[in-house]
Design a protein around this ligand. Structure first.
Ligand code: GLA
Length: 732
């Protein structure tokens, strides 16, 4: 068991392979956070957080220990920080009681350890029999409000998860005005935050900032995790890098409004809070009712970002993603979107499938435009009825035609949205979010369905089931092409409107759970205008995500590199598309487009019937090569070698997949800048066995692993724009 309960010290210690997390019940019964960092022998770490100085103007609780003038909620390292009573720092939990008073003072009640990982009601979370669970129950010292703090400990991955279930036993309704999951009080020191901002076609750009006294916040109020910010951040030492320094990775297993904030406080300590964004959030908990906070997942690394990323990658692949595809070899797919957009019929699709099959593609995906009268993006969302004119027959007939070409068949849905010009909207205008007496905002000509209402979710579920039952469908792309505004549900009273964003997410998760469990043989890919919902919540239901609507191989370097800090390569949808590229008009070699897509799910997104014979031969070669390296890339360890975010340091971006035992590696290096007078550049490898001999791409010469890691490989020079190389490293 990875949990040490020491009754004498009143400590609760979570232990993983390389890390340790400790909390302690103090003399007042407050649960203090004493340590999260590198593993060591057990000891009571409380001495490290005792707060004697720097707490001026910090009030004392009514029952504070005699003589301990510095004892204040405002100075304690707390496991769960609460607003309203004495803690003026960033806080996580805010409770309004039935009499209107605001604040709680949680004190320890009990704790228990269990074998296996806890599950959360109606919310995604990591799972695993091999994990351990600790539940610590606290209670407000005045009212019967209970907080059950859940901890999941995944020893092998150094992963610790947290959630809180708030239980109301006061006999009257209470209101949560803040229900963030994580409080993490770090020791004195100065830290940086790495976060991943962006926009459509430019997701997860890495930025690094210093955490100072002013709050640093990444957040979304878009009703989705969004392209603009990602619910993942790293807090690290000022000098931490890929291989050095303390780094705490924090990911929220949630796809809606979120917030991650950090700041230094009066004692120069850094506090981090993370969870549901408190803006326009409030949730009533009825007598005997509960509220569950979304899960937060944390990995600490004492040696930089690479180790932290690999822990997340393995944990996400094995203990967050579910279903038969999580570790299966997934089919190479072709998607018709960039090849045809809305302009297709069945014959066109079948001709594309026919050509693609010859190159080795295994799955044909029919994207947007197959339903209602949808020949453009101005209509028909909500009417999931195949357009038999366009499909030149029924949907099952089209699926059969594709199957007869030797290909599996997949289909696109956007279940959560509705066009004004749709039969569903004409019949049920109230199904779309809109505020009373205010015309709702349109975005891409569509509205968002009120999934906080079960009958709305049921309507879409029934429509989807009808389609999915009707034909031989092996894949679904689940899209979401706008953000939420006009949040208001006609089904809830005025004082419960603060619940709608979260209830919407619960509705989305409910639909996902029902659909994905009903169709275990379908591969689901999440999408939101590309990578607008690339988060751990979605990965629980769908093991891959369309990483970005930007398919340009050079822009993709930054996008996939940024994404890799939290998420595994096996989750990154990546396709080869046509040149000039549709998003930025860039022309890149077909080989480079392939090499970049290998470090993702690899597929095609173009009209294969328009390709030259030479291009078709290159794609056939790529599919064979991708399959050859599939296991290594998808299941190996992943290392970022040269960052595309530092052009002043290198003209290359490079990353590497390595077998965990160091016996084989594949490096991909892409030159993204041209230079008339190129200086030699070496790429230094990682993860090899220092004393073993290797060959590079079958070379005669043998190289010591240590040499490949300390000197590197000279990158060959190609005299054209955007060249790329793969280096296959094998034991000699
Ligand atoms: C989004 C997706 C695209 C495509 C279109 C269809 O933008 O990211 O891949 O499916 O919608 O409308």
């Amino acid at each position: 068991m990875a949990i040490i309960i020491n009754k004498e010290d009143k400590t609760y210690t979570l232990v993983t392979k390389n890390t340790m997390y400790q909390m302690k019940v103090d003399e007042l019964g407050v649960l203090e956070h004493t340590y999260y960092g590198a593993k060591m022998e057990y000891m009571d770490m409380h001495y490290g957080v005792e707060c004697k100085f720097g707490t001026s103007f910090s009030p004392n609780p009514a029952d504070y220990p005699k003589g301990e003038w510095a004892y204040s909620y405002n100075g304690l390292h707390q496991e769960m920080s609460c607003a309203g009573i004495g803690d003026f720092r960033l806080t996580a939990m805010g409770v309004r009681h039935s009499d209107g008073s605001f604040g709680v003072e949680p004190r320890f009640v009990s704790a228990r350890a269990e074998k296996g990982k806890y599950a959360l009601k109606d919310l995604p979370s990591f799972y695993g029999e091999e994990a351990d669970t600790l539940v610590v129950t606290l209670k407000d010292n005045t009212n019967d409000v209970y907080f059950h703090l859940y901890y999941g400990v995944f020893e092998d991955y150094d992963l610790i998860t947290r959630s809180i279930v708030v239980e109301n036993k006061t006999g009257k309704s209470i209101k949560l005005e803040k229900a963030m999951t994580l409080t993490l009080d770090l020791p004195c020191g100065s830290y940086d935050m790495l976060y991943f901002h962006g926009r459509h076609t430019r997701e997860r750009m890495l930025e690094r900032t210093s955490i100072k006294h002013a709050e640093t916040t990444v957040a979304s109020m878009r009703g989705a995790s969004s392209h603009m910010e990602n619910p993942f951040a790293i807090i690290c030492d000022k000098n931490a890098n890929e291989d050095y320094g303390s780094a705490w990775g924090i990911g929220i297993v949630y796809s809606g409004n979120f917030q991650i904030s950090a700041s230094k406080n009066l004692q120069e300590k850094t506090r981090v809070v993370a969870g549901i964004n408190p803006e326009n959030f409030s949730f009533e908990v009825e007598p005997n009712g509960t509220f569950t906070c979304p899960e937060v997942a944390m990995v600490y690394s004492d040696s930089g970002f690479a180790k932290m990323s690999n822990s997340f990658h393995h944990a996400i692949r094995n203990n967050l993603c579910r279903g038969k595809f999580k570790n299966a070899v997934r089919p190479v797919l072709i998607n018709n979107w960039e090849g045809t957009y809305f302009d297709f019929n069945a014959d066109k699709l079948v001709s594309m499938a026919h050509e693609a099959k010859k190159m080795g593609v295994e799955l044909f995906v029919m994207d947007d435009g197959w339903f209602g009268k949808r020949d453009n993006d101005r209509c028909a969302l909500g009417d999931w009825i195949p357009n038999e004119n366009k499909l030149q027959g029924t949907l099952p007939e089209l699926a059969r035609r594709i199957n007869e070409e030797g290909m599996k068949f997949g289909i696109w849905f956007e279940p959560e949205c509705i066009s004004e010009d749709s039969d569903l909207y004409r019949a049920h205008p109230d199904y779309a979010f809109a505020m009373p007496n205010r015309a709702p905002q349109v975005s891409r000509n569509q509205y968002v369905l009120d999934f906080s209402r079960k009958e709305v979710v049921d309507n879409i579920y029934n429509q989807m089931v009808k389609v999915l039952d009707s034909a031989n469908i092996s894949y679904v792309k689940w899209d979401f092409n706008r953000h939420i505004t006009d949040i208001y549900s006609v089904a809830l009273p005025a004082d419960k409107q603060g619940e709608v964003y979260h209830r919407y997410m619960l509705g989305v998760y409910d639909l996902l759970e029902r659909i994905t469990s009903r169709y275990p043989d379908i591969l689901f890919e999440s999408c939101s205008g590309g990578g607008g919902r690339f988060d751990m919540g979605m990965l629980y239901y769908m093991p891959q995500v369309w990483t970005s609507d930007n398919s340009d191989a050079i822009d993709r370097l930054k996008i996939q590199y940024g994404t890799s800090f939290a998420y595994p390569v096996s989750a990154m949808g990546a396709h080869v598309s046509v040149c000039p590229n549709h998003q930025n008009a860039r022309v890149t070699p077909l080989k480079t487009r392939g090499n970049v897509a290998y470090f993702g799910t690899y597929g095609l997104e173009l009209d294969v019937t328009k390709m030259t014979d030479e291009e078709k031969a290159e794609i056939s070669r790529q599919i064979k090569e991708f399959k050859q390296y599939y296991e290594l890339i998808q299941r190996g360890d992943y290392y970022r070698l040269i960052s595309p975010f530092t052009p002043q340091e290198s003209l290359y971006c490079a990353w590497e997949a390595v077998k965990p035992d160091g016996s084989e590696a594949l490096v991909c290096a892409v030159r993204y800048e041209t230079d008339a007078s190129t200086a030699p550049e070496y790429v230094k490898l990682k993860g090899l066995c220092p004393n073993k001999l290797y060959r590079v791409n079958g070379s005669e010469r043998k190289y010591l692993g240590a040499a490949l890691m300390n000197i590197g490989i000279l990158m060959e020079y190609d005299f054209f724009e955007y060249p790329s190389r793969l280096y296959h490293i094998t034991l000699a």
